[in-house]
Structures are given as structure tokens and as C-alpha cells.
Design a protein around this ligand. Sequence first.
Ligand code: PRP
Length: 203
Amino acid sequence: MLNIALPKGRLGEKVYKLLASAGYEFPGILDNSRKLVFENENLKMRCFWVKPFDVPVYVERGTADIGVAGKDILLERNPDVYELLDLKAGFCRMAVAAKNDFYDDPEKILRVATEFPNIAKNYYAGLGREIDIIALRGSLELAPVLGLSDVIVDIVETGTTLRENNLSVINFIADLSARLIANKSAYKFKENEISNFVKVLAV
Ligand code: PRP
């Protein structure tokens, strides 16, 4: 049985549709139900919906043999897995943004609001800059607007959210997209099944 962790949401559905068009079907998986695990006995495969941030945990611990995770989540969690493929979907960037009129005083500790504390810490450690992390969950743009933080480290896709809140990118951190990841020992012991799967998604 090959176990696949898909991120619940638009990206996971997109990846599932690719699989289904190649014959990897899990009836009912796109129905609007609360069911989380779907099996296809003929294919000897099992698919489950996982919160996107948790996909690397399932794969690293081997509950899932393979999974789909955003590069942002991989950079943040740094799991011990193989990154097999860039799925060329969900393109966006990790960036530092601030109010349009922000002046950065290098003598001051920078207050950084983010959902990605490790990415922020690593980035600023590389610059030798002392920061104060303010961990938030979503709607980060509010933090600099209301004065809770100086900057945010966040995902930027179209840039609309920043623009509409009078913020702009001041530093680029990384390009992001969805990646196919594999558990290290599953990659050894289920090599054929996994490489067939990779072929389907690599087109
Ligand atoms: C993400 C991100 C930005 C926004 C960027 O938030 O945190 O807020 O998308 O997209 P844009 O550049 O196209 O405007 P998401 O919509 O996932 O919700 P969240 O704020 O609750 O994290």
C-alpha cells in the first residue's frame, strides 16, 4: 500500500486532478464531506487529506510515503525527507514587507511579525541582525499597519494584499512552489511505486 498525504485545499485538489487524469482515482475524494482517508484497493494506494502545514510530519514519520507540501512549509519545518519534484504549482515568494514609508534604523531591534519564525530567524541571522519575533496566525498585514511590528515575513503572491494596505516588499527571501516529498526509507523500499507516481506528476 502506497500512502499519500495531500494538503487539504486548492493545491491538494489540483494535484489530485492530475493524478485522477492519469488513472489514479479515489472515488468521493473531492466530495464536500468530512471524510479524510480514501483507499483504492486495485491500485494499492491510500490518500489522505492533511492540513498543509502538517504534511511534512506525516511524511517524515513514514505514516505517508509521499506527500505534497509548499516550499514555505519545508523551509520552516526543515523535515528529514527527500524533495523529489517541483510540481510547478502554487508559485509565490517569501518576502519581508513594511509600510511604504518605513525607515529601518539598523541600531534598533527589528520587530518581525510572521507565521514562519524559523524562516525569519534564519534570514536575519544570515544578516547578523537582531530581531524580536512576533508569532501570528494569518492577516499579518495588520501588524505593521497598526504598529505591532516594524515588518512582516510573509508569502506574497499577486502583491494585492500588500498594496491594499499601503505596504511593500523591502527584501526578497525565497521563491516558493509546491513540492513532492518522500519518506527516506519508503523511497528505498517502495521505489517502483514512487517513481511511477513521480512520472505522472512530472509531465
Ligand atoms: C496569504 C499571505 C498574504 C496573501 C498574499 O494569505 O499570508 O496575506 O496570501 O497574497 P497576494 O499577494 O496575492 O495578495 P492567505 O490568503 O493564505 O490568508 P492568511 O492571511 O490568513 O494567511
